[in-house]
Design a protein. Structure first.
Ligand code: ZN
Length: 244
């Protein structure tokens, strides 16, 4: 089975379209999304519609939860808070219902999906180090789990011959044949923060036991203009050009 995995989309329609076009060329069987479909970007409804169209397996991110009033946005930064308020007013009741119904974790045939951590997904904690990853790796029921949330592609893994040591890698091609467990952050489609402004996504071939983290360029100017003309903070448009 070949999976296409979509990291934090954040209402960025041009980036999502570019990634789906790239994944179409890969002939993937199933689409997965690690959540944060909405928030920050100016096309939340179109992004939801596209994910529904491709029948993606989607889990709930903290921005998705905030946009349906499930978490307190007092701790969000000013831009994120403004974007949540804007998104709340842009969503239809059907969109809200769809977001509300998203699970926090999905356990599929070959992989699990969560937003921040696997072991306590409701806390939306960040995995940036081996220490952060250990409780998730301990709790995982399948050998592979895809996450997002940091917008920074990275993999934390334990090898079969050394299952008590967790390794950190930013490799973009992963051979999982020797891996015991791997927690893979696929980066962000709609708001990369690793100083590479291109949209990030991943391909997982379960038979070949391989994962590739890939990048594709998209029309950033078009998306930036959509953000500006929606009345969202212009900083949310500017950061897209920098990948921060
Ligand atoms: Zn996010």
């Amino acid at each position: 089975m070949k999976y296409g995995i979509l990291g934090d989309i954040h209402g960025n329609l041009s980036a999502l379209r570019a990634v789906l076009a790239a994944l179409e060329a890969e002939h993937v069987d199933r689409f997965l999304s690690v959540g944060d479909v909405v928030g920050y970007g100016a096309a939340p409804r179109d992004c939801i519609a596209l994910l529904r169209e491709i029948d993606a397996v989607v889990v709930k991110g903290n921005h998705d939860a905030a946009c349906v009033g499930e978490i307190d946005i007092a701790y969000f930064n000013n831009y994120a808070r403004a974007a949540v308020r804007w998104t709340q007013s842009a969503l239809t009741p059907t969109d809200r219902k769809w977001l509300t119904a998203l699970p926090l974790v999905a356990n599929l045939e070959h992989a699990s999906v969560a937003h921040g951590t696997y072991h306590r997904p409701e806390l939306f904690d960040y995995v940036q180090s081996t220490t952060d990853a250990d409780p998730s790796l301990d709790a995982m029921q399948l050998p592979v789990c895809f996450v997002g949330h940091t917008h920074y592609p990275v993999t934390l893994l334990r090898l079969r011959d050394d299952p008590h040591r967790t390794a950190y890698t930013e490799d973009t091609e992963l051979d999982l044949s020797e891996s015991h467990r791997a927690l893979i952050n696929v980066g962000s489609v709609g708001q990369p923060r690793d100083e590479d402004p291109r949209a990030a996504y991943a391909v997982f071939d379960s038979e070949r036991e391989r994962v590739w983290i890939k990048r594709v360029g998209y029309d950033i100017e078009c998306e930036a203009e959509r953000i500006r003309s929606a009345g969202l903070p212009s900083a949310l448009a500017e950061r897209l050009f920098l990948g921060v």
